[in-house]
Each structure stands twice: as structure tokens, then as C-alpha cells.
Design a binder for this molecule. Structure first.
Ligand SMILES: Nc1ncnc2c1ncn2[C@@H]1O[C@H](COP(=O)(O)OP(=O)(O)OP(=O)(O)O)[C@@H](O)[C@H]1O
Length: 258
């Protein structure tokens, strides 16, 4: 399990960003993280990855404090798709995906059949096989996003953290990504994904709503988007619709057009 216990954090000279966040990500579950701009979602992911250290509280990975794991051991267990993810310049898409195998390779070891299989699988499920030989810099925003997702998947992680993974994706690739995340969770991976569109969060198994660095609500996605905290945070901006046994969220501007 990847677990945040009573996490507190503030950037140097900045105000407090997280104040006592509790969160548990179990293998085989998919957790959506919702919350307004600046509520601390990206900061929370950075703490869960060990890129930032909490000022109080701790992150535990599979029962041990995160700092007790080496960077390579963490990289074999946790993969990250950052927002507008950076990548080294001058590489093709296929080379970027292969970087995902680095935590699994020793200093002098060469790629083997497991590495090849992981890269091939990651590119197949992200529909990036045809992009393999294209320079990364020459890809569209959505193509690049899918290649960076393939790099994260090539790590074959136990936990997958994604920061707004539907960014840049067209409707087909949004739907494909949401189906893929559901499948990965069903296969035993712990998936945590930040979403701005609550309709995307509704595809997950659990949801948390961050507000001002605190967990304002947690539960099933349906409970969270129909809950009082969600209404308070997005008051006046959205309407929750129910029909055919499902819930959907409509932005108010769309209503005003009708
Ligand atoms: N490197 C930094 N130095 C100082 N303050 C920062 C830094 N990164 C983020 N912050 C501040 O911390 C707060 C939380 O930022 P964070 O990126 O975690 O929010 P978020 O919920 O991911 O927002 P968004 O939805 O806009 O991506 C914001 O007020 C932000 O301005």
C-alpha cells in the first residue's frame, strides 16, 4: 500500500500547502483526486513519489517509510505521469518509452526480453507503436502525452500516479485512457489520477476532494461529486445530472447556451 499519514507541507518561504492529508492507495484500486487549482494535488503526488519531503507526517510504501527505499527501488514500484511531463531532448518516442526501464536495469546490464516485452506492451496499450521512430519534439501534444504514459507503464509499476492524464487527449483517447486505467487497477495496480473533469473521476473506484490542502471529502466518486463539499467548492459552476442509473456533471455555461 502507498499511504500518506497526516501529511503537512509548505514550500520554502511559502504558505502551508497541505495540512494533515490522510490517503491510502491500495494495489488493485483506482483513486481519483479532485480539487480546485492550487488545492495541493500535484504537491501531494510529489510527496507520494518522494520528490518532496513532508514537514510533518510520513509516506509509507508497502509498510516501510518511503525514505527507506532507494530511488531505483522506488522507481521499480511507483511510476509517475507528470503534468506537461519533461523528457530529455533529441530522442525518438520509442527511446523515451525505453527510459521507463531504467529503474530495472543495473548500471552495466543490457536490455533483455522482459524489457522488450514491457516496452512493446506499453506502446501497444497507449496506441503509440506507430510513433516509435518519430522525434518526440515533432509529435502533437496528445501524441506526446500518450508516449509519456507509455514510458510510465514500461516501468511496470505497482503504483501509477498520474497528474491530469487526460490533458491534450481527444475524446477517443480520453475514453481509451479511462478504460486502460480501469483495466490496470483490475489487474492489481494501484492507480491515483488527478482530474479536473469530474466526469473522468466518475470512472474511478474511489475519489478524494482536496480543498485548501485538506481532504474535504472522500468516498466513491459518485458520493463525492454529489456531496456537500463538492457543491461548496464548485457552487454555481456545475449541475449534477442523474439518469439511466448514472451520474454526470454538466458545467453551467453549457446549460446557459441551451
Ligand atoms: N515550487 C513551488 N514553490 C512555491 N509554491 C508552490 C510551488 N509549487 C506549487 N506551489 C503553490 O502550492 C500550492 C499548491 O500547488 P499544487 O501545484 O499542488 O496545486 P494543484 O492542486 O495541483 O493545482 P492545479 O489544479 O492548478 O494544477 C499553490 O498555491 C501553488 O502556488
Amino acid at each position: 500500500m502507498l499511504e500518506a499519514r497526516e501529511l503537512h507541507f509548505g514550500y520554502p518561504q511559502g504558505p502551508r500547502v497541505l495540512a494533515g492529508v490522510e490517503l491510502r492507495l491500495e494495489p488493485g484500486t483506482w483513486l481519483a483526486v479532485l480539487g480546485p487549482n492550487g488545492s495541493g494535488k500535484t504537491t501531494l503526488l510529489a510527496l507520494l513519489l518522494g520528490l518532496l519531503r513532508p514537514s510533518a507526517g510520513e509516506v509509507r510504501l508497502d509498510g516501510r517509510p518511503l525514505q527507506a527505499w532507494s530511488a531505483a527501488a522506488r522507481g521499480r514500484r511507483i511510476a509517475y505521469l507528470p503534468q506537461n511531463g519533461p523528457y530529455p531532448p533529441g530522442l525518438t518516442a520509442g527511446e523515451v518509452v525505453r527510459l521507463g526501464r531504467l529503474p530495472h536495469l543495473g548500471l552495466w546490464s543490457r536490455e533483455g526480453p522482459d524489457d522488450e516485452a514491457a516496452v512493446a506492451w506499453a506502446m501497444q496499450v497507449t496506441e503509440t507503436v506507430a510513433l516509435a521512430d518519430r522525434p518526440m519534439a515533432a509529435l502533437s501534444g496528445g501524441e506526446r502525452q500518450r508516449v509519456l504514459l507509455a514510458r510510465a507503464l514500461a516501468q511496470r509499476p505497482r503504483y501509477l500516479l498520474l497528474d491530469e492524464p487526460t490533458n491534450h487527449l481527444d475524446l477517443h483517447h480520453q475514453a481509451a485512457l479511462l478504460r486502460l486505467l480501469g483495466r490496470l487497477a483490475a489487474e492489481g495496480i494501484g492507480v491515483a489520477s488527478v482530474f479536473h473533469d469530474p466526469n473522468h473521476a466518475l470512472a474511478a473506484g474511489r475519489a478524494v476532494l482536496l480543498e485548501g490542502g485538506r481532504v474535504a471529502d472522500a468516498g466513491t466518486p459518485e458520493q463525492v461529486v454529489t456531496g456537500a463539499a463538492f457543491r461548496r467548492v464548485y457552487a454555481g459552476d456545475v449541475r449534477v445530472l442523474r439518469g439511466e442509473g448514472r451520474v454526470a456533471v454538466l458545467p453551467r455555461w453549457a446549460e446557459a447556451e441551451r
